[in-house]
Design a protein around this ligand. Structure first.
Ligand SMILES: NC(=O)c1ccc[n+]([C@@H]2O[C@H](COP(=O)([O-])OP(=O)(O)OC[C@H]3O[C@@H](n4cnc5c(N)ncnc54)[C@H](OP(=O)(O)O)[C@@H]3O)[C@@H](O)[C@H]2O)c1
Length: 274
């Protein structure tokens, strides 16, 4: 299906690695011209995106700095002519147990994961309101639903981001500007790169689909939400892309028990034990 995105423009933060790169690849394949912002956008990634035939510029930016965020949006609009789409994706995890959280981890997390989005959306929204059109997707995390030791600050930032997304959606809707969230589960990227293999195996076991996601699978979800043709009446939605990770079952029945009931030979008189 033609999503109707060809010739549109998009700014993606953190778009040169991991999930952001997956989003950029999908949008480039849909014919979207791109601005990629991060502290050190990999030139090879930018070249590869250009090789697909779209325009792609890199905007070196530290999104934890408000002034740099303002300049980033201005530069993207100047270079691309206008901004049809904004994807707030850049984030990082500073792991500390709750008894040791320090001011540096707090300000790094809040500035990079939350304030950056608030500043960027403020600037982007002003430009979009002037044109009475635009679409924004904020990347969340299933960290909102599942806790993890040492990751309280990251989770806090993603919970806040979801609330902010809904309020932004509310305030932008009268102008025809749609704001939505895509919430990834677990993906192998730089951010999750230091997880030991044995822990990864355990983690995979918790995912009903029994595999980690591919960054382009988040990209596909972002493209659907950006598309007015597909999602023209979708405001403030949260699309979870997690292979079922957030559907954690209580241990009432074993998965094997259900699988055996679903085997072709198991039609007659089989019940879940009570
Ligand atoms: N991986 C997962 O399992 C997972 C799960 C749920 C949600 N997510 C979310 O997905 C998004 C992307 O994460 P990822 O997993 O793809 O990790 P990643 O590959 O490490 O990407 C993070 C990106 O953010 C950029 N970034 C970090 N700090 C920045 C700063 N201060 N200024 C500008 N850019 C900055 C990085 O670029 P530079 O280093 O060049 O600045 C990088 O491109 C994040 O919002 C994350 O919370 C990831």
């Amino acid at each position: 299906m033609d999503l109707g995105l060809r010739g549109k423009t998009a700014l993606i933060t953190g778009g040169a690695s991991g999930i952001g790169q997956g989003i950029a690849q999908v949008l480039a394949a849909e014919g979207v011209n791109l601005a990629i912002a991060s502290r050190n956008p990999d030139p090879a990634v930018i070249d590869a995106l250009r090789a697909t035939g779209v325009r792609c510029i890199a905007i070196p930016t530290d999104v934890s700095q408000e002034a740099q965020v303002v300049a980033m949006v201005e530069q993207a609009i100047t270079a691309l002519g206008q901004l049809d789409c904004f994807i707030n994706n850049a984030a990082w995890i500073w792991r500390q147990p709750v008894t040791q959280i320090d001011a540096a981890a707090w300000s790094n997390t809040i500035n990079t994961n939350l304030a950056a989005c608030v500043w960027a959306c403020r600037e982007v929204a002003q430009a979009m309101i002037a044109r009475r059109q635009g679409s924004i997707v904020i990347i969340g995390s299933t960290a909102r639903f599942t806790m993890a030791y040492g990751e309280a600050l990251y989770r806090l930032s993603k919970v806040a981001l979801h609330s902010y997304m809904q309020n932004l959606a509310l305030e932008m809707a009268p102008y025809g500007i749609r704001v939505n969230m895509v919430t990834p589960g677990h993906f192998k990227t730089r951010m999750t790169g230091n997880i030991p293999a044995a822990v990864e195996d355990q983690l995979r076991g918790l995912i009903p689909a029994h595999r980690f996601g591919q960054p382009t699978e988040v990209g596909n979800a972002v493209a659907l939400l950006l598309s007015d043709r597909v999602s023209g009446y979708t405001y403030g939605a949260d699309l979870v892309i997690d292979g079922g990770l957030s559907l954690q079952p209580l241990p009432l029945f074993a998965a094997d028990e259900i699988y055996s009931l679903n085997l072709p030979t198991s039609h007659t008189n089989k019940q879940i034990r009570v």
